[in-house]
Every structure is written in C-alpha cells, then in structure tokens.
Design a protein around this ligand. Structure first.
Ligand SMILES: C[S@@+](CC[C@H](N)C(=O)[O-])C[C@H]1O[C@@H](n2cnc3c(N)ncnc32)[C@H](O)[C@@H]1O
Length: 269
C-alpha cells in the first residue's frame, strides 16, 4: 500500500535524473554516508534497514562495512531499478510509512530519506514496529535552508524558472521537514522511540567543478523546470543557472557547505 502517492510520483520522475548521476550524488553526499557507516560499525549488526535508500549506495556501504544483511526500502521504482543493478543488498519497493515489514531489524538508518512522510509520527511508529527491542535508529536530515546555502540557491533558481509553481509548504513533506530539532524530538517520542538524540553536524561536500552542470541538469526541481522549456533555450538557461553557483566554486572544485542533524534513538526493550 502507498499513502504518500504524490511523493511516489515525484520520486519516480526525479529518480531518472538521480539514477543518471548516481555516482556524482554518491560523491557529493559521501560525508553523510560515512557518518552512517561509522554509526553502523560501532557494534555488531545482524539486519539493517535503509529507509528511502534511493539508488542504494549507503545500503551497500553499510553491508560491506558491517557484514550485516542489508535491506533498502524505497517508494520509487526508478531509484530501485538503479539500486538493483549492483546487488550486494536486498531492495524492496514500499512506502515505509505503512509497509508491514515481515522481519525486524537491529538497526534502521537513512540518509535524507525520512523527510517525505505526510504523517511522520505514523511513519516512525511503523519503523519502530520493524525494529528489534533495544535496536537503534540513526539518520541524517537537513537543517534549515539558511544553513544549506547551495540548496537555497537551487530553490531560488527553480522558483525563477517556474514562477507559477505553488510554493512548497514549509511544514509538509520535503527536504527541510525535520529541520526543527524540537519538532523531530517530539515526533520520535510520540512514535515511541526512546533516548532520542539530535546533534548538529557540518560537512563540506565537494565535487569537481566540471560535474556541476551534469548535476544541475539532472537534479530535482531545476531539471524539471529545464525539461519544460523548449530545447533551443536550455543551453543558454543552463549557462545562466551555472553562474548562480560561482560563489561556491574555488580551485576547480564545487563546495557545498552542508548542515545536517544526526539523529539517533533506541527502540524500548
Ligand atoms: C533525497 S532521496 C535520498 C536517497 C538516498 N537515501 C541517498 O541518500 O542517496 C529520498 C529518497 O526517499 C524516498 N522516499 C520518499 N518517501 C518515501 C516513503 N514514504 N517510503 C520509502 N521511500 C521514500 C525517495 O523515493 C528517494 O529515493
């Protein structure tokens, strides 16, 4: 069953571009994968669930580092098709908010895959039901847009390309829906998790400058807005868009200063 059908439709479309440049995404978001791999490696793990696993890079990295059996769950078939090409883990198509998992996991992780639930309390309660007593939850989620200036630039560019598109609901599902640490603590406590801990982590995410244009033309709202323009206009538009990111480029590299919360919690014994 899928309850987050708008998100499923969005990620099925966005997944094509994401899959196309999965290696670039893997490079840029690598520091956050490393945080989760480190957390997963702190004690022996038997079964690990990666929620909103996308193309599965983090799922595979945790499987390799811990030797645990890893399962990635995602709502998007296009993301999962790319994930399955690599093997090394199991990948399940489901809406993590409501899916009745058939087994229990001693660790549930996510890299930016748990901010898209229309009912986050129900979703985290469902994930708790899939966790062994004493098992752990560990995920990373973006702090505010102001603390992630590259994403603010991208939102501004996307809004200028599609001025009639409705403004995103700041409290609705989206990349910043868990940016308020107090709200996140409340959601997890209401869902039944204990020992909730929310820590700020800052990382500089880096990629070679020449990957910036392929990145922009395949990612999210900018890619969608570009697709809706006549092909003859796209090259010039892309050149202009690229210029907006000049403040983040130095010495042939693009630097994304990224501010996230690393959130951990335990399942009651
Ligand atoms: C920002 S992407 C992150 C992908 C991956 N974790 C990574 O870091 O590369 C968010 C992912 O969450 C998935 N997702 C969104 N809502 C979901 C839901 N209700 N259940 C399962 N996956 C979901 C999307 O399809 C997408 O692949």
């Amino acid at each position: 069953m899928t309850v987050n059908s708008e998100q499923a439709a969005w990620w099925d479309t966005a997944g094509h571009g994401w899959a196309q440049i999965q290696d670039v995404v893997g490079l840029v978001l690598r520091p956050y994968q490393d945080l989760l791999v480190e957390a997963a490696s702190r004690r022996p793990r038997r079964r690990v669930l990666d929620v909103g696993c996308g193309t599965g890079g983090t799922t595979r990295a945790i499987a390799a580092a811990t030797g645990a059996g890893c399962v990635g769950v995602d709502i998007s078939e296009t993301m999962l098709a790319a994930a399955r090409e690599h093997g090394e883990a199991e990948f399940v198509k489901a809406d993590a908010q409501v899916h009745a998992f058939e087994e229990r996991f001693d660790l549930v992780v996510s890299r930016f895959g748990v901010m898209f639930f229309d009912d986050p309390v129900a979703a985290f309660r469902n994930l708790l039901a899939a966790t062994t007593p004493g098992g752990e939850l560990c995920f990373v989620t973006w702090r505010t847009a102001e603390e992630n200036p590259v994403m603010t630039t991208s939102s501004r560019v996307a809004a200028s390309l599609a001025p009639d598109a409705p403004a995103p609901d700041p409290d609705g599902p989206g990349p910043f829906s868990l940016a308020d640490a107090g709200r996140t603590r409340g959601i997890l406590a209401e869902a039944g998790w204990t020992d909730v801990d929310v820590q700020p982590v800052d990382r500089d995410c880096v990629m070679p400058e020449e990957l910036l244009v392929p990145y922009l033309s395949n990612m999210g709202s900018i890619a969608r807005a570009l697709r809706e323009r006549p092909e003859s206009e796209r090259g010039e538009l892309l050149r202009k868009i690229r210029g907006e990111y000049d403040p983040f480029v130095r010495d042939g590299e693009m630097h994304f200063p990224g501010g996230v919360w690393q959130v951990t919690a335990s399942a009651p014994l």
